[in-house]
Design a protein around this ligand. Sequence first.
Ligand code: RIB
Length: 305
Amino acid sequence: MVVVIGSSNTDMIIQVPRIPGPGETILGGAFHTAAGGKGANQAVAAARAGAEVAFIARVGADMFGERAVAGFKADGLDVQYVKIDDSAPSGVAQIFVAEDGENSITVAGGANANLCVDDVKAAGDVMVNAEVVLMQLETPIETIAFAASLAHENSVPVLLNPAPAQKLPPELLRHVTILTPNESEAELLTGLKVNCEENTAIAARMLRDMGPKDVIITLGATGVFLSTSDFEGLIPAFKTKAIDTTAAGDVFNGALAAALAENMPMRRAVQFSQAAAALSVTKLGAQPSAPRREDIEALLKRTLQ
Ligand code: RIB
């Protein structure tokens, strides 16, 4: 069982020729809504990659929350720990997707900001029996820190995707088993410019010295830098034509949690997750783009044999 703790948002997506600058109005193209939120995207990605998933989250008592939970159920998530919060609206995100696939995202957290330690305690049984606990940083840091310490006390591996970027309490990092920052998150956590392979390796080692056993620095279309006690190096990405890179990192993390929950060796698990992320960028939207297990395996078979 993979337990995901995190945010759920409804994404309001506008396709634009380029990301507008400050004070600028530009004419965009189509508008779409799609299920999103880093936590929910990772939970759905893990389920579609083949894991049994329980999701711990909060949504508002509104239409967005209702639709989100209906989507989780359709993907087979255990939603008994998704709390309907009548004191705050569901989270929403405003997303611009540019023609080259790049994006810019602003989140109004709403009910996500109320996810609390008691919500995690209420899911204590499922947490301590999980194969992996997966979290990100769109919900309060105290809740994440508590969940990490509970998992750590019970020898449950903690996979933390430190996004969106923020400084982390040293105690939290000591309870993380696998950390998956992107370049800018790794830079913020280490103070080192992650601009060449040598610095990436140094940053990964610095992060491992802070607690995590394994560090995976995601480098977009270049691939990922994996640093473990017995391997250190770049694993190149699968080549695909990106339409929308939103949630590529979430799909990577969700698929990684699914792979690790079935004891896949780390390097294979990373490639499995890279294949999932590569497929996700070929489609618009966060959760709509998370691929199914058979499609991930088909891409791996086509490319690696
Ligand atoms: O990582 C992509 C996600 O970030 C979007 O789905 C948006 O909701 C924000 O949480």
